[in-house]
Design a protein around this ligand. Structure first.
Ligand SMILES: Nc1nc2c(ncn2[C@@H]2O[C@@H]3COP(=O)(O)O[C@H]4[C@@H](O)[C@H](n5cnc6c(=O)[nH]c(N)nc65)O[C@@H]4COP(=O)(O)O[C@H]3[C@H]2O)c(=O)[nH]1
Length: 693
């Protein structure tokens, strides 16, 4: 039963309805047929009873004479006459004592109708009808006659009726089944269409499909509601799709931003570090060698500032293309900083490969790069560290490659350097310096020394150069050559430079107050020049110390001017407009082109001591020094020579028209107090140095 209910539940609604109709109508038909059969049975039996009664009555009347005369033969004939009635099975005449007198039996096998004075005159059972009639003359009873008819004919007629009714019922049921199927298909077509659409939607996920709206009120409403629901789902789906697409786009963009450099389309530092980590993990596992290279472009800043950022960007693109052309498939090239590139060479058999690749890179970058009519010469400084030879730790490898690159740059640029253990000590020292430098200012560990500058014509001290010294509590006196580059890298040079200027102005004010009118030269670092408030800060310091700007000379290097942006040029003009003098330090070592000198409001050139060293014997040094002095004259600039150690050098420079000199010959850098004593010895005004002139 449960299985049947389950089966019914599984059927479609249309099938259930169809079978409900069929079972109901089939049941009704069956019941009405049974009812008709019952009625038929009743009427047929009643007719048989009536017929048997009349036959018994007639037989009783006809038997009266034969029974009165005990004429068995005549009585037998009368009963045999009942043969013509097909339903009569037997007829028996009994005498008054109830003894059978004569009988008629159609079928000798079946028993004749028995006489029972106690039963009713008419007796009906399932096999037949028995009717008993009295035979009497007047009030004298002669006997009884019992006629029995069979109900076979009744059953036969009913069977005939059934034989006709049953096929008819089946035919009607089949017909109604067929008609119901057709009707049901017709009526349920909109529902099926609706479910087909919903099934298609769920299969294909296509929410643009719509159900056909039927005219039937209820299903039409259902279809309209269904379509309305689809409208909303489709709208939501489209919104969701747009939202997902937007999200994906942002994710891709963020991923690109996180891992790619938009200018060169190379991977960025973030990716580079991630990749290096995984490459090193692999190298560790398979005992492989990995090479790490840092490439820093030389002079990129100059190009960027002088030719503009568009050309700078294009230059980076072309450089990255050239670098990738030197590498093989699988090597990693990333832009890890403004003008810095990083290379990872995986699974390298020999360390020598690193130098080969570095050479190839330098060679590739040696050819000028043509951009918008400009021929740009760009070199590079390359630092190399090797896993596991130099270090096994990723951070150490990165630091060592950077240190080696720093060495390549400091060694004259356009070169490569492999990391060496001595560099490690240096890097360590730099690191220590960096940490200590931060505290040096607070702990007042800096002192200022001054080196006299002498007028070559008069021999008077006309100025001093302020040179910083760091008295480290453990390391002792640390050379500015060691800590100034670190201070520049870390940005600490800005507060340190401010301190130097403050100190120098204070000392100068004292000397001026003592009547020694001299000028102080202060070194300015490139980092300070980039500070927006440089001019304001310098003028404020001068104001604070009550020193006229004309007594201050700021020393710049050629490289600082070569890299100068328009902002910096404006700043330099603002300084000179305020009355401050500008001098170029270490002149002659940086750039071959002198044309930039016209752009900047420079008043003095300081000939680098490397040219002075060979004077007067070295013809080349002599020629260069003469040329520099001549050029300065034609540009109406003052010329100052550095590093004068001998009388011959002094004489040569004086003879060739050099204005001022500075060097150990006149005095080593010394504390302000000593300079004060030197000035005091020479009396008021500019003082002459005794040892020379
Ligand atoms: N062999 C030799 N050397 C001589 C002679 N005369 C002077 N010198 C040295 O040459 C350097 C001159 O300074 P510089 O070229 O500006 O070069 C300076 C300058 O670039 C930088 N520096 C020093 N003080 C400061 C400062 O306050 N600020 C900035 N930004 N840089 C500074 O450190 C550099 C080195 O300074 P110092 O070690 O004091 O070295 C000084 C000085 O001691 C000589 O006759 N022979």
């Amino acid at each position: 039963m449960e299985q049947l209910i389950e089966w019914i539940n599984r059927q479609a609604l249309s099938t259930k309805l169809k079978w409900t109709y069929l079972v109901t109508s089939g049941g009704v038909m069956l019941l009405s047929t049974l009812f008709l059969i019952g009625i038929q049975l009743y009427f047929f039996t009643a007719a048989l009873v009536r017929q048997t009664q009349s036959q018994a009555t007639m037989a009783g009347e006809n038997l009266t004479a034969a029974m009165a005369f005990a004429d068995a033969e005549a009585a037998g004939d009368i009963l045999s006459a009942l043969r013509v009635a097909p339903d009569v099975q037997s007829a028996v005449a009994y005498d008054a004592k109830g003894k059978a007198f004569v009988s008629f039996v159609r079928d000798p096998q079946s028993p004749p109708a028995a006489h029972d004075p106690h039963v009713r005159e008419t007796e009906v059972d399932v096999r037949g009808v028995s009717v008993t009639r009295r035979i009497q003359v007047g009030s004298r009873l002669l006997g009884t006659v019992v006629v029995r008819s069979s109900v076979t004919s009744v059953y036969r007629q009913l069977a005939l009726y059934l034989a006709l009714a049953l096929p008819m019922t089946l035919a009607l049921l089949s017909l109604s089944y067929y008609a119901l199927s057709r009707l049901q298909r017709y009526f349920t077509a909109p529902i099926r269409a609706l479910s087909a659409v919903s099934e298609q939607i769920s299969r294909q996920g296509d929410y643009s499909l719509r159900a056909e709206v039927s005219q039937a009120a209820d299903i039409g409403l259902l279809a309209r509601t269904f379509n309305g629901m689809l409208d909303r789902i489709q709208k939501r789906e489209l919104e969701l799709e747009a939202e997902i697409n937007e999200r994906k786009r942002i994710e891709v963009k963020l991923d690109r931003l996180a891992h790619y450099d938009p200018v060169t389309q190379l991977n960025n530092r973030h990716f580079f570090n991630e990749r290096l980590e995984s490459v090193l993990a692999r190298a560790r596992k398979f005992d492989e060698r990995t090479i790490l290279m840092f490439i820093d472009l030389d002079n990129f800043k100059t190009v960027n500032d002088t030719l503009g950022h568009d050309i700078g960007d294009e230059l980076l693109r072309l450089v990255s293309r050239r670098l990738s052309e030197t590498l093989r498939f699988g090597d990693v090239l990333s832009r890890i900083g403004g003008d810095e590139f990083g290379i990872i060479l995986e699974n390298v058999s020999q360390v020598g490969v690193a130098s080969l690749i570095a050479e190839k890179c330098l060679l590739k970058l040696a050819d000028p790069i043509h951009i918008h009519g400009h021929d740009i010469h760009i070199g590079a400084s390359i630092g190399i560290s090797v896993y596991p030879d130099d270090a096994t730790d990723m951070h150490a490898l990165l630091k060592y490659a950077d240190t080696a690159m720093y060495y390549a740059k400091n060694g004259g640029k356009n070169a490569w350097r492999m990391f060496t253990p001595s560099m490690r000590d240096d890097a360590h020292k730099r690191f220590k310096l960096d940490n200590n430098l931060r505290r040096a200012l607070e702990r007042d560990e800096f002192v200022l020394h001054y080196q006299p500058q002498v007028d070559l014509k008069t021999g008077d001290i006309v100025g001093v150069e302020a040179l910083i010294r760091w008295i480290h509590p453990q390391l002792g006196m640390v050379s500015p050559n060691d800590f100034i580059p670190v201070a520049e890298d870390t940005g600490l040079i800005v507060p340190i430079g401010e301190w130097v200027l403050r100190e120098a102005c204070r000392d100068l004010k004292r000397w001026h107050a003592e009547g020694h009118l001299l000028r102080v030269a202060v070194n300015l670092s490139g980092r300070q020049l980039k500070e927006n408030n440089l001019v304001a800060a310098v003028l404020a310091t001068l104001r604070e110390a009550d020193v006229d700007p004309c007594w201050l000379e700021l020393e710049l290097t050629e490289s600082m001017l070569m890299d100068a942006s328009t902002d910096i040029v404006d700043r330099l003009h603002a300084l000179t407009d305020a009355g401050i003098q500008l001098a170029i330090d270490d002149f002659g070592t940086g750039y071959s082109s002198m044309s930039y000198l016209k752009t900047f409001p420079v008043r003095a050139l300081k000939v680098d001591r490397s040219f002075v060293r060979g004077l007067p014997q070295d013809p080349e040094d002599a020629a260069i020094t003469r040329a520099i002095i001549a050029m300065a004259r034609s540009l109406r600039m003052e010329i100052v020579a550095e590093g004068i150690e001998t009388q011959e050098q002094h004489d040569f420079l004086r003879a060739h028209g050099c204005d001022k000199s500075q060097g150990y010959l006149y005095g080593r850098p010394c504390p302000a107090a000593q300079i004060g004593q030197l000035l005091a010895r020479s009396g008021a005004g500019a003082c002459a140095v005794d040892s020379v002139v």
